[in-house]
Design a protein around this ligand. Structure first.
Ligand SMILES: [Fe+2]
Length: 286
């Protein structure tokens, strides 16, 4: 790391190893050092006790680098609390109402879903059988198969991994080709990869990517999908920032959870548990 003003150079332990025009380095020149790891095309920073940093805790987002998938994405700054982004992704019912021109359709809001949860994860799965494909997926399937898209089976399997990562297995396959039974070979499959870094109580950095497992060598499709998903997420940003403003304007207002919030409620419970578990050590350190 090099200081952008003075040119001081530091090693990975935070020690200064070079001062311009100076032979003796002042040992007091140090910067904080944190363990980092590059994985799944993201850089993971461990801001806690360095002794507790553990590579095994990095969430699985391998689709972002796996040769069997083509992926690209972006980082956006959203003016809302990070948990609102997680709520949004754990309940895709909103696609029907927010993303009507691309991936939304009435069937998303009508289809039943199942919620399961474990020590560190929450999963919300929804299958929509024998439905018309929404515009984005209809175009993807037609591009892969070369024939007009008919009725499809559509899936959304949302997986939250504490504290802040959500991967969503999405896609469609022609109805009757066996996708619900496990054979997705006739369909198109994507993974929406999301991980969120809180910044302040009302802002966060939202890192996302979209991976697909078909037409892997078409770079123009990779770019088109990245831009398409970016446009969809812009629709979310408008809602999320309006939601944060409404929360700011009504402090202390009670939340009402709907049935469709089950995934988000469990995710928030896991996050609260992790924060509570860190609290005694944080207080002792103070
Ligand atoms: Fe959305």
């Amino acid at each position: 790391m090099v200081c952008g003003y003075h040119g001081l150079r530091y090693d990975s332990h935070g020690r200064c190893i070079h001062m311009p025009s100076q032979e003796t380095i002042n040992p007091a020149a140090r910067v904080p050092a944190m363990p980092v790891a590059e994985r799944h095309r993201f850089i993971w920073v461990w801001p806690g006790d360095p002794a507790l940093a553990d590579l095994a805790l990095i969430p699985d987002m391998h689709w972002n680098r796996d040769p069997a998938w083509a992926a690209d994405g972006r980082t956006i700054k959203v003016a809302c609390n990070y948990k609102l982004v997680l709520d949004n992704l754990m309940d895709l019912t909103h696609e029907t109402f927010v993303h009507g021109s691309s991936i939304g359709q009435a069937e998303v809001a009508e289809a039943p879903f199942t919620t399961t949860h474990g020590l560190n994860m929450v999963e919300v799965a929804r299958w929509m059988i024998d439905i018309p494909a929404p515009p984005l997926w209809s175009a993807q399937l037609q591009r892969k198969t070369g024939v007009p898209t008919g009725r499809v089976d559509r899936w959304q399997i949302i997986r939250f991994e504490a504290p802040c990562t959500i991967t969503i297995d999405v896609g469609v396959a022609p109805t009757g080709t066996g996708a619900p039974e496990g054979d997705r070979s006739q369909g198109v499959n994507g993974f929406v990869l999301n991980t969120v870094t809180p910044e302040t109580e009302t802002t966060c950095h939202y890192h996302w990517a979209f991976a697909r497992n078909y037409l892997l060598s078409e770079q123009s499709l990779t770019t088109d999908l990245r831009e398409g998903v970016a446009n969809i997420f812009r629709e979310d940003e408008i809602i999320l920032e309006a939601q944060q403003q409404a929360l700011n304007a009504n402090p202390g207002k009670t939340f009402y959870n709907l049935n469709i919030d089950a995934g988000a409620v469990w995710s928030r419970r896991l996050i609260d548990g992790l924060i509570d578990a860190e609290r005694p050590t944080a207080m002792a350190a103070e």
